[in-house]
Design a protein around this ligand. Structure first.
Ligand SMILES: NC(=O)c1ccc[n+]([C@@H]2O[C@H](COP(=O)([O-])OP(=O)(O)OC[C@H]3O[C@@H](n4cnc5c(N)ncnc54)[C@H](O)[C@@H]3O)[C@@H](O)[C@H]2O)c1
Length: 298
């Protein structure tokens, strides 16, 4: 059943960076924001606007302006906010839904990260939040009382092996959220990050063993994994005036995953796998760990 509108964003204008196709978190945030009455602009890198389907989304949103912008390029950001302001006037919200790692895309192990790629990951996926907020303020494109939301992941706090250098980028992103949030209080501008559970998107699905990470999180979370549409519904609450006193937070939208330790069914699954050495080997445990499991220290 389609979600009903609460008119939470009536009269508000905003820009969303990162919708690529229908699976994108940014795409679903745009649909939720539109449903709640917001007037939107959509942005992505020029190549994504050409080969992806953001034009289809823009049409669905009542011909929203489509603005090409590489979030790691300060000149493009300056032009982007001039264009957004010319189309919409001052903005009431910015959504940063952007992430990219060449080290992950090309299967480079974290221990042997290429540093030129690592710097690009930090620049595009973390520092870009600073660039966007700075660019919006410089262009006088951000209204007092505005809300800025960026998408993060729990690997910023806890180690998830295959998330590689994106974990460091998310830690940077969340820190920039707090650093700017503390400085923008006098303008009543708030900055928060939303830590979304694993979701099948182009960026998400590109992570090694994502299917297994997805299943694990789904089994561990009391509510299961949240969908991209549910992420959209949560984010609009943070863009609305109802959350006007919330800032500098990293908010988990993950079905409860971040506060879980273990569940009995998962324990039993691991116990079953541990019953045979092949089970342990197939699960990828190193020989010395298998030995330790076979001969536990009492
Ligand atoms: N999918 C998940 O499991 C998950 C979980 C938690 C957080 N996130 C975060 O959500 C955000 C959106 O990712 P998604 O999962 O919807 O995947 P997605 O691939 O749909 O979106 C990522 C977007 O980043 C854009 N992008 C890449 N480089 C860019 C650049 N230089 N300038 C501007 N845009 C650029 C891509 O074109 C794409 O539209 C990311 O920050 C991601 O890390 C995703």
């Amino acid at each position: 059943m389609p979600q009903k509108s609460y008119g939470l964003l009536e009269g508000k204008k905003g820009i969303i960076f990162g919708p690529l196709d229908e699976t994108s978190l940014g795409w679903q945030i745009a649909l939720s924001a539109h449903r709640e009455g917001a007037q939107l602009a959509i942005s992505n890198v020029a190549i994504a606007l050409r080969v992806g389907s953001p034009a289809k989304l823009a049409k669905q949103l009542g011909n929203a302006p489509l603005i090409a912008c590489d979030v790691s390029n300060s000149e493009e950001i300056a032009t982007c906010f001039e264009e957004a302001k010319a189309n919409l006037g001052q903005l009431d919200f910015i959504v940063h839904s952007v992430g990219m790692s060449h080290n992950i895309r090309k299967g480079q192990p974290y221990e042997n990260s290429r540093y030129d790629w690592f710097l690009k990951t930090l620049d595009v996926s973390g520092l870009s939040l600073h660039r966007l907020i700075h660019g919006a303020l410089e262009a006088n494109a951000l209204a007092d009382g505005a809300s800025v939301v960026a998408l993060s992941y729990v690997a910023a706090q806890r180690s998830f092996t295959t998330y590689s250098d994106m974990a460091d980028a998310k830690a940077l992103l969340e820190s920039i959220g707090r650093s700017f949030g503390s400085r923008l209080g006098p303008k009543r501008i708030r900055v928060n990050t939303v830590s979304q559970g694993p979701t099948w998107t182009r960026a998400g699905g590109g992570i090694d063993d994502f299917d297994k990470m997805y299943e694990y999180a789904d089994l561990l979370s009391p509510l299961g994994n949240p969908t991209a549409a549910e992420c959209g519904d949560y984010v609009v609450t943070l863009l609305s005036d109802l959350t006007r006193m919330v800032t500098m937070q990293n908010l988990f939208h993950d079905g409860g995953f971040a506060n879980m330790g273990m569940t009995i069914p998962l324990l039993h699954l691991i116990d079953e796998a541990a019953k045979t050495e092949d089970g342990l080997r197939n699960a990828g445990f190193p020989e010395e760990v298998i030995e330790r499991i076979r001969n536990p220290r009492k």
